[in-house]
Design a protein around this ligand. Sequence first.
Ligand SMILES: [Fe+2]
Ligand SMILES: [Fe+2]
Length: 412
Amino acid sequence: MNISVNETNTVKHILLVDDERPVLDGLRCRLRAMQRQWHVDCAESGPAAIERLSQRACDVLITDVRMPQMSGAQLLEVVRERWPHTIRIVLSGYCDARETSLIVPLAHQFLSKPCEPKVLESVIHRCLLLHDLLHDSQVRTLVGRIRSLPAVPRIYAKLQEMVKDDSVTASEVARVICTDSAIAAQILHIVNSAFFRLARRVTNIEQAVSYLGFNTVRNIAMSVEIFSKWPTAAVGPVDFEKLQLHAQQVSAAARSLTAKTPLADDATLAGLLHDIGYWVLAQESPTEFQSAVQLAAQNCIPLYEAETRIFGVSHAEIGAYLLGIWGLPYPVIEAVAHHHIPQRVASSDFDLLPALAVAHALTPGDAVAFNVDLPADSGADAAYLASVQPPFDWAEAQRRVAATLESYEASP
Ligand SMILES: [Fe+2]
Ligand SMILES: [Fe+2]
């Protein structure tokens, strides 16, 4: 299965920044095989990189962290401000806790030195594919400006309180993190970064918390650089408490459809994060987002359709793009991108996208979070489910989701 991307044939520009010339030469040499598709440029310092970017913007910037004159974090901050559509990757040796907390909100991906050429090539390639998913550079800019996603104040306060208490266990912390999509997404962004050098990507929050360790989670929860919180639970047109409940219900429903299969962790996570694009829209473009909600209500069309008329894409693609540049696994990104219209991805297997789309279709919609009447989401139906060779039929899917939602408690 593939995310429907708008592949372009234009040459992409990559800028490598490192104060050690041999490192730059080595990286450039490793990327030589891709030179027909990529133009690779080098800069030996932050100021030199800014000068290059002022002459010509790049699609992907890869920078070292420790450099004289200007640190990698300072350079990333300038690039975020002035060229937010550029994908920002850190390629670094050891980073201490302070550097890590400064870099996490500014970098999209983290690679550690020495980096295998294939890994470097594949990370750049995947980032560029995601760039093509959102072909509108204005929307890429909107996502690129994100430093952090605010948490619901009640849940943020609860997490802060918990990490101060030594008797709290990792699984209790994980349970609270699972009740806030923004906190969960950011924890996974950090755990999947090269700073923790894991052999595989983690999608289970409890595992993420135990990999990070209690002290790291405590530092993360207290870090103002990494977390911020909404001033209130309702922002612009969205009541985030109600939206959280929707995300948790979809997550539980997706888990019930994939229980005891290898898809279960990814499905639980995809459910929790599927509407994360709403956070981006509410934070970065609240006025236009409000107009989209009004347009949907006035014309009785689904909200994702109204968003597409206004932004060119919906919260689904925007959320998928953010999760992609944060390094979450591809099947999760694909499922999030297409959760409203799964039919646009040709598939004959019951995998993550069908599991999420069916769970979404059988769960109460998100309209309640917008305090307006919005039409029900048509999304996946019995015919769609039958087309992906599921291990159960529509009636069984309805039964499983209904049983899950009945016994489901929203509060941690
Ligand atoms: Fe959605
Ligand atoms: Fe949703």
